[in-house]
Design a protein. Structure first.
Length: 142
């Protein structure tokens, strides 16, 4: 495979097909540009779980990386995300699917988040299960 300068996305190998190429280029531009989501965020509030549960194993977090992927953990739930960045009514937004585990059982779902007025809020859904709104604050880079 030759290096075309694309970030490694699943669409990399099929980027020679017109519209997919444009989607890959747009995704790369959004991810590699000035993306306010990038980095690690501390989950500070969830609709259905208190802070003691959120921080049961580790301080609850959600993180986004330059490769269009992400990760989160709260309570006994740990997930890996495939992210799509966009703009919603002038606010930066991300939608994602995720898979991982919940107390050692396989789990998956979807979610979204927005940054509005420098505040991060989102919603996490479990496939065929619960869902919860959440809020997060950005962690300082070391």
């Amino acid at each position: 495979m030759t290096n075309t300068g694309f970030v490694k996305f699943e669409c990399f190998s099929v980027s020679i097909f017109g519209s997919l190429l444009r989607r890959c280029e747009e995704r790369e531009r959004i991810v590699m540009g000035k993306n306010k989501f990038l980095g690690k965020w501390r989950i500070c509030e969830m609709e259905h779980w208190d802070q003691d549960f959120i921080d049961a194993e580790v301080p609850g977090y959600i993180s986004f990386s330059k490769d269009g992927m992400g990760e989160f953990q709260f309570g006994y739930v740990h997930g890996f995300m495939d992210c799509r960045y966009s703009d919603r009514e002038g606010n930066e937004a991300v939608e994602f699917s995720w898979e991982g585990n919940d107390e050692m059982d396989q789990a998956s779902g979807r979610g979204f988040a927005i940054i509005k007025d420098k505040k991060f809020s989102g919603h996490l859904f479990f496939h065929e299960g619960e869902d919860s709104e959440f809020k997060a604050t950005q962690q300082k880079q070391a």
